[in-house]
Design a protein around this ligand. Structure first.
Ligand code: UT7
Length: 325
């Protein structure tokens, strides 16, 4: 049976110029390079320049993705942008990207699922394509988390960074089996009971301020390991595949211990996992597309590979997207 698949035509990423190393952070909060590396695997993060907005990072990543796909902006029907750090409360940051790219047709909107945002955005875009409502979509994850960190809270400020990644999805016909290229299955979950474990203590309709990120890290960690393993198994079961069929896991880059723990549960070593947390830290919705772009650019992810993307974040939200490159 012929069906429509969302094939990933190209990807791109952008990281702000400024790099903040652990040692530098240790000068302003009571922490150390040793603690951060041992507990998280993070060595450095990128920080957006003064005045550099989420849309600026997103646009650069989208331009690179278009170039990699060999497409122009006129070929695109829609922009779906995942972010928890929009330029403004409204309009959607995606519309700033749309204008910046010179796209005056179609539709652009934001998706908010914090660190799972890219998986949510891929799912939304995949559904638009499979319904026949769009042929080519730019899916972006972009964040400037440095703006919402409490730089006096050592438990959170060492963990996050800024960046953006983008992919171009294109409608192509597939046979309807696991050998097709493109997105094969997506799975989303949320559980709003866990709000207090990871949230921002501000917002337009509550405090009328932007607020700062608050997290009870140890509890989030426990949920992450369980939820991620479950959603990965759900994705594999849906397609009748085994963990050993996966060529690359491209996980959300929150903590190296979570990444390796999820891999271990699947029986997959770090030679099958794209890890960028050491260089990028946790860039929320940008972390999966940044890691994807890294894996493609250095030649590890190749055409035909089975790629599993997964993420978990505030809400809680979590999900997975299984695609053949
Ligand atoms: O992206 C959304 C999803 N987010 C996540 O997945 C994050 C999940 N959580 C984590 O990655 C980890 O829980 C953390 C990295 C946040 C923390 O690691 P942990 O091993 O769970 O440490 P902990 O929170 O249990 O803290 C251990 C100790 C505490 O001191 P006491 O109470 O044992 O005296 C903390 O106060 O480490 C202390 N601590 C620090 N010490 C030095 C916390 N942050 C720091 C720090 N430097 N930056």
């Amino acid at each position: 049976m012929n069906i429509i698949r969302s094939v990933i035509k190209g990807c791109g990423s952008y990281l702000p110029e400024k790099i903040l190393h652990n040692e530098e952070l240790a000068k302003s909060v009571d922490t150390s390079d040793e603690w951060i590396v041992e507990r998280t695997g993070i060595r450095q993060r990128h920080i957006a320049a003064e005045g550099e907005k989420t849309s600026d990072l997103a646009m650069r990543a989208a331009e690179k993705a278009l170039l990699a796909a060999g497409l122009g902006i006129d070929d695109i029907d829609m922009i779906v942008l995942a972010t928890a750090t929009p330029d403004e409360t409204f309009p959607a940051t995606a519309t700033a990207v749309q204008a910046g790219l010179g796209m005056y047709h179609g539709a652009a909107f934001d998706v908010q699922a914090v660190c799972s945002g890219f998986i949510y955005a891929m799912t939304v875009a995949d559904n638009f394509i499979r319904c026949g409502q769009a042929k080519r979509i730019i899916v972006i994850g972009a964040e400037t988390f440095s703006r919402i960190l409490d730089w006096t809270d050592r438990a959170t400020c060492v963990l996050f960074g800024d960046g953006a990644g983008a992919v171009i999805l294109e409608a192509q016909e597939g046979k309807g089996d696991n050998t097709d290229r493109g997105i094969l299955t997506t799975h989303l979950h949320s559980d709003g009971r866990h709000h207090d474990l990871l949230y921002v203590d501000g917002g337009p309709s509550s405090t009328k301020t932007v607020g700062h990120l608050r997290m009870r890290g140890r509890e989030v960690f426990r949920h992450a390991v369980v939820n991620l393993a479950a959603v990965v198994h759900e994705s594999l079961d849906k397609l009748g595949l085994e963990a050993s069929d996966i060529d690359w896991i491209v996980p959300h880059q929150a903590n190296r211990r979570i990444i390796e723990g999820t891999g271990r549960k699947l029986g997959l070593g770090t030679d099958k996992i794209i890890i960028t947390v050491d260089r990028h830290a946790n860039t929320s919705a940008a972390s999966v597309p940044l890691a994807l772009a890294a894996g493609v650019e250095d030649g590890r992810i190749k055409k035909g590979d089975l790629v599993l993307m997964e993420a978990m974040g505030g809400g809680f939200t979590w999900g997975a997207c299984l695609a053949r490159w």
